[in-house]
Write a protein that binds this ligand. Sequence first.
Ligand SMILES: [Fe+2]
Length: 301
Amino acid sequence: MITSLAYFGATSPDYKEWESFGPSILGCELVEPGPDGAVCLRFDEMAYRVAIHPGEENGVAYVGWETTGIEGAGQVVARLEAYGIKAKRASEDEAAVRKVIGFYWFIDPAGIRHELIWGHMRSKTSFHPGRAMSGFRTGDQGLGHVVFAVPDLEQNDRFYRDVLGFKLSDTVDMPPIYAFFYHVNGRHHSLAVARAPGDKAAFLHLMIETRSLDDVGAGLDLCLKHDIPITRTLGCHTNDRMVSFYLQSPANFRIEYGWGGEDVDDLCAPRYYDQTSSWGHHPQHPELSPFLPIKPANQQG
Ligand SMILES: [Fe+2]
């Protein structure tokens, strides 16, 4: 069983920029680099939760999901195999790089690499934010949420629900946007998928949630001060009531920087909306594509 979003990995030729961008803008903590030189960032007591690896192109490499343990991960692997997708067990060295006891990995029907982890290592030192802020809302709700665009939305919807065990929180139908939002814990959604305009899957954004509205305001001021593109203005989402803005990161993917997301529980009937936002979230910088490529399977390690 999957319990939360554990971590996120991307590649970028500008990965080094994250050494200052991560702490000084987002407020995360820079820790020891990975063996390939990856910039690793902490958000809480975990060893790290975001890794930006060196690479020739910007792209998403993997998404890590915490499970209830090796047995829980094994149950998902059994469902994957019944569906026709083979999962591979990572080596001890690969697990050590991710700072976990172990993980299985597989490629989903849209080409996205997922890792099913257990034993996420906690740091021996307390979290020190990279700038003055109150920290991030993680814990049982994990890192935040990830959003992808997929060409065959119905196929991926069935896969995420029937095979991975995600539960539908709600649907947004706001042409040309059509998207499903899924939860695995109290966070309204840890994963969302929208219908892609073409035949390729893409990454849309990573959401991280601060502990205070002031942290979002301070982040907004820092983006303005340092000319970091704000791709959606401050706004509030209809479904999770998150107050947030979107910025373009140095790895060319968008980060939703938010506060105040509402919780969901399994007894709530899935809701249906025809708008993504109650107010704000006006698109800016039309020259910057919202779609980040998914790395090909042989480059996702
Ligand atoms: Fe979001």
